[in-house]
Design a protein. Structure first.
Length: 257
C-alpha cells in the first residue's frame, strides 16, 4: 500500500495496564522479550512513525516503574488505577490527550509484531477517508479462532458492531472475522462516544469496542482494514504463545526476506 501521508498530527496511545496473569510470572507481560527487545519496545518503535507527534502508555500501579525503567523518555505514562477494561483505560487518558491532536491511534500492549508500515497505512486510510474510526480486523479461514471481539455485519457486509467473545452468542462466536484492537479515531468522536459506554456486560468492564457501535448508530463513518496476515496483529497472552508467535514470525520473515 502507498505510504503517502495524509495527516497533520496524530497522538499514539498504547494500552499496557493489564496484569498479564496468564503469563504466570512476576514480570509484567509488556516486558517479556521478543528477540533483543521487550514487547513494549517493539510496539513503541512501530507507532513512532512520521505522523505521530506523541506516544503515551497506559500503565497500572504494579507495572509503571518497571515499564518506565525500560522506556524512559520514549513515552509519557498514564496511570489506570484499577483494571476496569479497555474503555476505562482510554478514559484515564482523556485529560492528557483531549485536544492534543485531531486523531489518535490506539494499540494494545501485547502485539509486538505490528510494523511501522501497517501503522502508517492505518493512519492514511483513516485521514484520507475522513473516518470517525478505522481499525484492523483479521479473518481466520479455518481452525482456531482467537478469543477476540467478533465483527458483526449485516447481509450487505456493512459493519454493525463488535461483540466481545465473552458476551457473544454461539452464532456470533462462529464469526471468523475478529477485531485486533488496533485503531485510529477522530479524537473528539472517541471521547464523545466514551461518555456513553457502560459496564453492563458479563465482565463488568468498560469496553472500548462499544465505542464502535455507538459511532455507527450516530451515523459516523467507520471503516475496517483487513490484515494481510493475522500473525502481525496477534496478541500474546501466555509464554507458550510468546514462543509460538516468535517462531511463526521468524519463519515468515525468512520466507519473505
Amino acid at each position: 500500500m502507498s505510504t503517502e501521508i495524509y495527516y497533520e498530527s496524530v497522538s499514539a496511545l498504547i494500552l499496557a495496564g493489564g496484569k498479564g496473569t496468564r503469563m504466570k510470572s512476576d514480570l509484567p507481560k509488556a516486558l517479556f522479550k521478543v528477540g533483543n527487545d521487550t514487547i513494549i519496545e517493539h510496539i513503541v518503535k512501530a507507532v513512532s512513525v512520521k505522523a505521530v507527534s506523541s506516544v503515551a502508555v497506559v500503565v497500572s500501579p504494579s507495572n509503571i516503574d518497571p515499564i518506565r525503567k525500560v522506556l524512559g523518555s520514549k513515552a509519557e505514562y498514564i496511570l489506570q488505577p484499577e483494571a476496569k477494561g479497555t474503555g476505562h483505560a482510554v478514559m484515564c487518558a482523556e485529560p492528557a490527550l483531549k485536544g492534543r491532536s485531531e486523531n489518535i491511534i490506539i494499540f494494545v500492549g501485547d502485539a509486538p509484531f505490528i510494523t511501522q508500515e501497517m501503522v502508517t497505512d492505518l493512519i492514511n486510510i483513516h485521514v484520507k477517508n475522513n473516518n470517525a474510526c478505522t481499525f484492523y480486523t483479521a479473518f481466520y479461514e479455518t481452525g482456531y479462532i482467537p478469543p477476540y471481539g467478533r465483527i458483526v455485519r449485516d447481509y450487505s457486509g456493512r459493519i454493525l458492531k463488535v461483540v466481545e467473545e465473552k458476551d457473544a452468542s454461539q452464532d456470533q462466536k462462529a464469526i471468523r472475522e475478529v477485531l485486533t484492537s488496533h485503531y485510529c479515531f477522530r479524537t473528539d468522536k472517541l471521547f464523545g462516544a466514551l461518555k456513553n459506554i457502560s459496564n453492563e456486560n458479563s465482565g463488568k468492564e468498560y469496553y472500548l469496542t462499544d465505542v464502535i457501535g455507538i459511532l455507527i448508530e450516530a451515523g459516523e463513518r467507520v471503516e475496517t482494514v483487513p490484515a494481510e496476515d493475522p500473525a502481525f496483529l496477534a496478541g500474546i497472552n501466555t509464554q507458550e504463545e510468546l514462543g509460538l508467535r516468535t517462531i511463526e514470525m521468524n519463519e515468515y520473515l525468512r520466507i519473505h526476506k
